[in-house]
Design a protein. Structure first.
Length: 354
């Protein structure tokens, strides 16, 4: 016979049942709970919107918003409009481009994920507001030309909802993609949940870093970086060489349409447009596996430039050592100054030969 006594009938209820106690409920209390949860979620979302606006963690998203804000905030025309991707954002110093003159310039380069579509849209809106600038410089990295638009970046462009349907070339999106753009623009706790999680996790042991400005632009739009990352440059070059080896260059449809629109804008406004390749790591340019692909890309750009007397391809490749670069096509400040001067000299050569 067991020596263990069965529980007494008068044993406290909490030892026999779950510890959870379900309070009496009514229709109104259930609705209050639901709406309360929704309200808390909305408040958290607004807090996330505010935080990412003030202390952004995604440099690409931040860059797109900053440059579109700069474009729409312009109050006076400029002589030089600099467009392109992040290689131009870090690579072109407007003050060096214009030299010791009274000529004004602004660097509105964003990210390669928006392709050349971003360039022609910006140029169109600028022309609508001020008329054509004196000159346009377009800077892109070599692998941008085969890319398609990563649509969620459109959420960060400071243009009204649906404006992409009225610009040329138009960018069509499915209902699903539009929903993703909407959520990226207005619901960061959904669309940028990984970014927010990383911020909280990485900063929880250093709260002072939580409210630190991570990125900065010069007043004319150039992003000056001082710290190179040679190991990242070399590792990136190996990946880029493997990607390009044996690959046939073919410009993406969105870039081709944008290029045709750029030519049309140049012709209609008698506007000189200069296209140039981004700065590159010297080790990548010297790689034999990379060279055929790069040469094919250059040939394609030469062909487009030949269609208009106003479009000029600057046939130059500026190379830099790993200790002056952040990655294979992003230079630090010292190299940016030299690269910009090289571009300015190439433009002067084109102008002198006309």
């Amino acid at each position: 016979m067991s020596d263990v006594e069965p529980p007494r009938r008068d044993e406290p209820l909490y030892k026999q049942l779950t510890h959870e106690v379900i309070a009496p409920s009514s229709k109104w209390s259930v609705m209050a709970t639901i709406f309360g949860a929704i309200l808390v979620t909305v408040l958290i979302n607004f807090a996330a919107l505010w935080y990412l606006e003030m202390y952004p963690a995604n440099r690409g998203y931040w860059l797109v918003k900053q440059k579109w804000d700069m474009l729409l905030a312009l109050e006076e025309p400029v002589e030089w409009l600099i467009l392109g991707d992040s290689s131009g954002n870090q690579g072109i110093v407007p003050e060096v481009l214009v030299g010791d003159t009274a000529v004004s310039a602004v660097n509105l380069s964003t990210v390669a994920s928006l392709t050349m579509l971003d360039d022609v849209w910006m140029l169109q809106l600028y022309i609508d507001k001020f008329g054509p600038p004196e000159r346009v410089l377009v800077v892109h990295t070599y692998d941008m030309w085969v890319r398609n638009v990563i649509h969620v970046f459109l959420a960060k462009a400071s243009i009204p909802w649906g404006a992409w349907d009225n610009l040329e070339p138009a960018f069509e999106m499915s209902a699903k993609k539009k929903a993703e753009v909407f959520l990226t623009r207005y619901a960061p706790i959904y669309a940028e949940n990984q970014t927010l999680s990383n911020v909280i996790y990485n900063k929880m042991f250093g709260p002072g870093e939580l409210f630190k400005k991570r990125f900065r632009l010069e007043p004319t739009g150039h992003m000056s970086l001082l710290n190179p990352n040679p190991a990242n440059v070399v590792a990136g070059a190996e990946k880029q060489s493997a990607w390009a080896a044996g690959r046939t260059f073919k410009m993406s449809a969105v870039n081709r349409a944008a290029m045709e629109q750029m030519i049309a804008l140049a012709e209609a406004n008698q506007l000189d447009v200069y296209m140039v390749n981004s700065p590159l790591y010297e080790g990548l340019v010297g790689d034999e596996a990379f060279q055929p692909y790069y040469a094919a890309m250059q040939d394609s750009l030469r062909g487009f430039a030949a269609q208009s007397d106003y479009v000029h391809f600057l046939d130059m490749t500026a190379v830099f050592p790993a200790d002056e670069m952040e990655n294979v096509d992003h230079v630090i400040e010292s190299a940016a100054i030299r690269y910009t001067q090289m571009v300015a000299d190439a433009i002067a050569d084109v102008s002198d030969s006309r």
